[in-house]
Design a protein around this ligand. Structure first.
Ligand code: HT7
Ligand code: ZN
Length: 869
């Protein structure tokens, strides 16, 4: 199929003033009656055919202003010829039939455990009825649902309900992708919220019977999100009710449908005994993310799908701010950067690289990517750093007033900042239009006689598919200077790099170190100055690969003294990666300096336990493969695996004297609470247990598993045991305890794959997919097994190529049922060019095999084609 291009955008021929829908629900034969009030769009002068999207719909009857329409739908929709349409406004009515029970793709109206639900983003509404399914057509909706099921929900406010029916009205004009309907035998966990201006809002989280006791944390997160958006962004909720529904079968995390968010149950349901601290954290973040979409996405939506980052990048940025405020900004930033590097840098450096605002796509579902979401958020963070907090707040206020009720573009977004600050952002816009992770090199110069310290940066913007050459980007570089005693002598200063190569000079003055334009004038004669130590790219102020020739001593110094928590962690991380890289490539062993530095962090009670836990986490195997490849090596997964295990053993031996004390001291007294402080202590305790298991043979982990009264420690202890090749009895106990709990059992499946020995990983896939509880139609379960496979780097890339074949087999099995999820999982193959010729050949063979399958979905076909290049 030929791609859809941004440059071909045309405004819609017709706009909609009102939509009324009636659903007569039936698993095999749901009837959808629509009444749509159209008017010609003055932005498209002249008379035009009206094209309505529609897929897999049986048209029963259609009419224009009551006159039956004879046009026949094609595979993608229905065209009403201009000659058939009145000059001015008119009403189009239609009745169609659909079969939700047969819908395994989980797009449009489908069924999950006897419950009806919808997923319309990006283009699912066209599987419900004939409609201009594009985000720049916005309309208020009235919806009537007819069904015997007790709970019938749609967007907006309830209008009324009776025996077998309910009616809803959403007054806020919205695009069809925000439409939602749910019908089922559900129970609500309810609460009330009063907005800053005094509006009463009823909050409900709807779940299956038996799950109502697992909603308290999601509700608490929702209330905190609503309050936070009022105080941080001045945004209030705008309907009388806010409904959330938890669904077991769901392609992604959650969906921000207006007034009726639909969630993967994994991101709603939590009790201490069933959910880990990470689960609690993700629930809080995703509840917030979807809620924040009410303004950034719903009230202001996207003109077309190329502008997806307008809502997703901004909403991710907002949910990151929220989590930082709720928990710890330092820990959140480190975690976000770890994810960014693992997912987005990987994507940006491979065949799937695309700009934050792509300019073409075949299947839009393939562009819900780390680049659009996470790099999209980074770009907003950079903009905020460049203009400052006050101007960011003013620009956002202008954005909300200027574009409320509109479908906007990235140009609109940047114009708001230009108009607020007077800055020209045309160069900055390259972050949206050019793919690839810039490489930033830095060299230092110290003139002892003049006391001038100069940093010279050079940026290199690598070629990416379809973009061989690129201009200089604006790069905000947050810099601090320390003196050799470890005191900060220049607090964080934002440098704005705009050229390919640029120098910044600094001198010691009476007021401390400062940036100077030229040598000398600001310098106090006779002021003592010694060469400062630079802390560069503080807080990871730009999504770049910083290449700096730093000695291990300087890194150890920054690990010990940097006042910027991100760079403190980064220094330790860089040290660990250097040590591990030498172990992999030169068979080195970890030296005492690094081990001592790590031990100092581990036992430093002045540091946040969550930070210490992060510092003790060894670099991942995929991360090392990516790093070695970037440094010109061909990564060998088996060597990486062996070296990383040896590194873990060395750390365990060095930390051994401290581990029992650390483990015992971090035990949380009293009942479990999911808040960040307690979670951080558990994270450090489990990190200690992981190392302890390597020296005590797992005795403590076995006891911890038996005694655990929460899922974090239960699953954490089990992981420690599996990591040292034990834990079979515990796995069996876990299965018999949790066999009936879908969400908990997903963990059981994933753990076994992640911890399988490299040579036994393919067998593990075969064994787990043959397990009676493996259900490929449930995306969570499929992801828990097949999606976890690449997380076992050495197993997935085992020289036999067995796992490559197995992954391709499963993608091909899933594709006819659920192409969206199959296409997402296929990205495991995107790193093929890093590896040796044999592995490259085997992966490419699998991609070719996939591409050759007749009837392959557009989703998977596009991905396989792009990965092959
Ligand atoms: N805006 C949503 C993205 C989305 C999605 C969600 C569930 C299933 C299919 C989907 N396709 C796109 C989720 C979000 O970013 O908040
Ligand atoms: Zn989103």
């Amino acid at each position: 199929p030929s791609p859809i291009r941004l440059n071909d955008y045309q405004p819609p021929t017709h706009l909609i003033d009102q939509v009324a829908l009636t659903f007569r629900l039936d698993p095999q034969a749901t009837r959808v009656l629509s009444e749509i009030r159209f008017r010609p769009n003055s932005a498209r002068p002249g008379r035009h055919d009206l094209r309505l999207d529609g897929e897999n719909l049986t048209l029963i009857v259609a009419a224009v202003d009551g006159h039956p329409v004879t046009a026949t739908p094609d595979a993608t929709g229905l065209t009403l010829p201009a000659a058939m349409l009145p000059d001015g406004p008119f009403t189009f009515t239609a009745e169609v039939e659909i079969a939700p029970a047969a819908n395994t793709a989980l797009e449009g109206l489908y069924m999950s455990n006897g419950m009806y639900c919808t997923q319309c983003e990006a283009e699912g509404f066209r599987k419900i009825t004939f409609y201009p399914d594009r985000p720049d057509v916005m309309a208020p909706f009235r919806v009537r649902i007819e069904s015997d099921l007790p709970v019938l929900l749609s967007n907006g406010n309830p209008l009324g309900q009776g025996e077998g029916w309910a009616e809803w009205h959403d007054p806020w004009p919205k695009p069809a992708y925000l439409f939602a309907l749910v019908a089922g035998d559900l129970l609500a966990h309810s609460a009330a919220f009063t907005t800053a201006s005094g509006r009463a809002v009823a909050l409900n989280i709807w779940v299956r019977h038996g799950d109502e006791g697992r909603c308290a944390y999601a509700m608490d997160s929702l209330i905190r999100s609503m309050r936070w958006d009022e105080t941080a962004y001045g945004r209030e909720y705008d309907l009388d009710v806010f409904n959330i529904v938890a669904v077991d079968d769901f392609n992604m995390g959650a969906m921000e449908n207006k007034g009726l968010n639909i969630f993967n149950s994994k991101y709603v349901l939590a009790l201490p005994e069933t959910a880990t601290d990470d689960d609690f954290g993700r629930i809080e973040a995703i509840i917030a993310h979807e809620y924040f979409h009410n303004w950034t996405g719903n009230r202001i939506t996207c003109r077309d799908w190329f502008q997806l980052c307008l809502k997703e990048g901004l909403t991710v940025f907002r949910d990151q701010q929220f989590t930082g405020d709720m928990r710890s900004h330092a820990v959140k930033r480190i975690e976000d950067v770890l994810t960014l590097r693992a997912r987005q840098f990987r994507e940006d450096g491979g065949p799937l690289a695309h700009p934050v605002r792509p300019d073409r796509y075949v299947e839009i579902n393939n562009f819900y990517t780390a680049t659009v979401y996470e790099k999209g958020a980074e770009v907003i963070g950079m903009l905020k750093r460049l203009v400052g907090d006050a101007d960011y707040a003013r620009a956002l206020d202008l954005y909300f007033t200027r574009h409320d009720g509109e479908a906007a573009t990235i140009e609109d977004w940047l114009a708001v900042f230009q108009d607020t600050t007077g800055r020209d952002l045309s160069q900055f816009k390259r972050w949206y239009t050019e793919a690839g992770t810039p490489r930033l090199t830095v060299t230092e110069d110290w003139q002892a006689d003049t006391g001038l310290f100069t940093l010279t940066f050079a940026q290199h913007n690598p070629p990416t598919p379809g973009q061989p050459e690129k201009g200089a980007k604006v790069i905000p570089i947050a810099l601090g200077l320390l003196n050799p005693n470890g005191d900060e002598v220049m607090p964080t200063t934002m440098l704005a790099m705009t050229a390919m190569t640029q120098s910044f000079a600094f001198q010691s003055t009476a007021d401390g170190w400062q940036q100077v334009v030229a040598e000398g004038p600001d310098r106090v004669p006779g002021a003592v100055s010694t060469r400062p130590i630079a802390s560069i790219l503080r807080g990871f102020s730009a999504p770049v690969l910083l290449e700096r020739d730093t000695s291990p001593e300087e890194r150890a110094f920054l690990l010990a003294h940097d006042t910027d928590p991100f760079n403190k962690w980064e220094a330790g991380r860089a040290l660990a990666k250097d040590v591990l890289a030498r172990m992999i490539t030169a068979g080195a062993t970890p030296g005492p300096d690094w081990l001592d530095a790590l031990a100092r962090v581990a036992v430093d009670d002045s540091l946040d336990p969550a930070f210490r836990a992060l510092a003790l986490r060894l670099p991942g195997e995929d991360d090392m493969a990516q790093t070695l490849h970037a440094a010109g090596h061909v990564p060998d997964p088996a060597r990486i695996h062996a070296a990383r295990r040896a590194m873990g053993d060395a750390v365990a031996r060095r930390l051994a004297p401290h581990l029992p004390g650390l483990f015992d001291a971090l035990a949380e007294p009293g009942p479990f609470t999911p808040e960040a402080r307690a979670a951080g202590r558990r994270a450090l305790r489990l990190a200690a247990l992981g190392y302890l298991s390597r020296v005590d043979g797992g005795a403590r982990a076995e006891a911890a598993f038996r005694q655990a009264d929460n899922m974090t420690e239960e699953v954490g202890a089990l992981a420690c045991l599996l990591d040292i090749g034990r834990g079979q009895a515990e796995l069996a106990a876990f299965e018999s305890r949790w066999g009936a709990d879908r969400l908990v059992m997903d963990k059981w499946f994933t753990l076994q794959l992640l911890h399988a020995a490299p040579e036994a990983t393919a067998q593990a896939v075969e064994r787990l997919t043959a397990h009676p509880a493996f259900d490929m139609k449930n995306p969570n379960r499929f992801r828990a097994v097949i999606g976890a496979l690449p997380g076992n780097h050495a197993g997935f890339h085992h020289a036999s190529g067995d796992c490559y074949r197995l992954l391709a087999d499963w993608l091909l099995k899933l594709d006819p049922l659920n192409p969206q999820t199959a296409a997402r999982m296929s990205t495991a193959f995107d790193s093929w060019s890093r590896y040796d010729a044999d592995r490259q050949g085997m992966i490419r063979d699998q991609l070719r095999r996939i591409l050759a399958v007749p009837g392959l979905s557009r989703d998977l076909g596009e991905m396989a084609g792009r990965m092959l290049g």
